[in-house]
Write a protein that binds this ligand. Structure first.
Ligand SMILES: *Cc1c(COP(=O)(O)O)cnc(C)c1O
Length: 437
């Protein structure tokens, strides 16, 4: 067990996790981990900000024993924080009982999770024949959805797929084909043909683009990676109407905004639409890797035996964790909590630094803070020094996606510290400017 120390007191030496020996002092351990990371891990993410060695609830602990309030939640993943007893119990019991069997066999957690997902996503309009495919990540959930759309297109002679500008659907080549950012796409061109980007929240552009050649339309109810941009409820309803009218499939990517985060089980529940396909991942496993593609009605039988597969998908340990996550969200009233605390937090942040913030947006506990100046990365660094983990999606936008168990006091501690983080970041930017002159 970790014994967290107060960030204000000098760091206590911690044991080296692999050798079990206590290093001379913790600072040395930190340098050692950074050097070992650089020497062994592929450099796709740049230099890590910290090496983290422990956590409990919404608190993370680094290799020097310093504590941080986690307002990123492993990017909208740790809905129950770290080491939640319900997840620990579910995983522990399942790994003791049956760890992995492959999809040649059924297991109770796989079945229970599929049933549970259908029941939380369904509305009154959801068709009976809906089914779930379990995968291991958001990209894989979207690969499954894309294969459904492609197979539907091939069988009906539809060649076009619509996606929104600024969309993020993942990094595998199929999901990347649906992702907007040129820097992510360009090294791997050509990607899947027939995919067209249209501006979000633009009803006319959607009307113009939609016709009988469209096989499917992919949307995120909130574009998280793009900087937390919420799709209008009316726009989502129009998307449902037009796709239905023209016989195209509507795929809703709930990977980041699903599982209670927005103050509803699903981001699209706010607009009360029934999609053809919903994809999930991030928050679903409470920290364990899992994704899901949920297909409604006739869409659910487009992929037949042999058309898709995965070795790990439906893994009983991950599925058991996900069932525990869904049960706990319900029993602890975390959806209502996310809605109410998110509302309070957005208002409090606006008031905390009105001159430096141009907009605070989002729903529930998925929050984007747009700044008046390009200082978001510097605020991330200053926040870290002050003991808070936040994230910048661009030079101007901060993203918060904390565990749904975040308390009012924890949220308030961030709001209180926020103005001084901003002024420190401004000082930092001025110093950088002077240096570069
Ligand atoms: C993170 C994310 C993905 C990709 O999920 P991975 O698990 O990283 O593959 C897809 N769609 C959305 C909306 C996401 O936020």
């Amino acid at each position: 067990m970790n014994t967290p120390t107060n960030p204000m007191t000098p760091a206590t030496p911690v044991a080296d996790a692999t050798t079990g020996q206590a290093p001379e002092h913790a600072k040395h351990a930190a340098e050692t981990w950074a050097a070992r990371y650089a020497g062994a891990v592929m450099n796709t993410f740049g230099t890590p900000q910290l090496t983290l060695t422990g956590g409990h609830g919404c608190t993370l602990v680094d290799d020097e024993g310093k504590e941080y309030l986690d307002l990123l939640g492993g990017i909208a993943v740790n809905v129950l924080g770290q080491a939640h007893p319900a997840v620990v119990a579910a995983v522990t019991e399942q790994i003791h009982t049956l760890g992995h069997v492959s999809n040649y066999f059924a297991t109770p957690p796989h079945i229970q999770l599929a049933e549970r997902l259908l029941s939380i996503i369904s509305t009154d309009e959801t068709p009976e024949e809906s089914r779930v495919f379990l995968a291991n990540s958001g990209a894989e959930a979207n690969e499954c959805a894309l294969k459904i759309v492609k197979a539907y297109g091939v069988s009906t002679g539809r060649t076009r797929i619509l996606v929104l500008d600024h969309a993020f659907h993942g990094r595998t080549l199929g999901a990347l084909s649906l992702t907007w950012k040129e820097a992510y796409r360009q090294p791997f061109a050509p990607l899947i043909p027939g995919i067209e980007f249209i501006p979000a929240n633009d009803s006319d552009a959607l009307r113009t683009a939609m016709n009988e050649d469209v096989a499917g339309f992919f949307v995120e109810p909130i574009q998280g990676e793009a900087g937390v941009h919420v799709l209008d409820d009316d726009y989502l309803r129009l998307a449902r109407e037009l796709t239905r009218e023209h016989g195209a499939l509507l795929v809703v990517d709930e990977v980041q905004c699903g599982i209670g985060r927005t103050g509803a089980w699903m981001g699209h529940h706010h607009s009360a639409i029934t999609p053809d396909v919903v994809t999930l991942a991030k928050g679903l496993g409470g920290g364990l890797p899992i994704g899901a593609c949920v297909a409604f009605g006739e869409t659910a039988s487009i992929l037949g035996p042999g058309m898709h597969g995965t070795t790990f998908g439906g893994n009983p340990v991950c599925a058991a964790a996900a069932v525990a996550v869904l049960d706990t969200i319900e029993s602890e009233g975390l959806i209502e909590h996310a809605r109410d605390l998110g509302h309070w937090l957005r208002c409090a942040l606006r008031e905390a630094a009105p001159h430096m913030i141009s907009e605070v947006r989002g729903r529930g506990l998925l929050i984007g803070i747009e700044l008046t100046h390009d200082i978001a990365p510097q605020i991330v660094a200053c926040a870290r020094d002050a003991g808070f983990i936040v994230n910048a999606t661009s030079a101007k936008v901060l993203r918060l996606a904390p565990p749904l168990i975040l308390s009012q006091d924890e949220a308030a501690s961030f709001v209180d510290a926020f103005p001084s983080m901003i002024s420190q970041a401004q000082t930092m930017v001025s110093a950088e400017r002077k240096d570069s002159k």
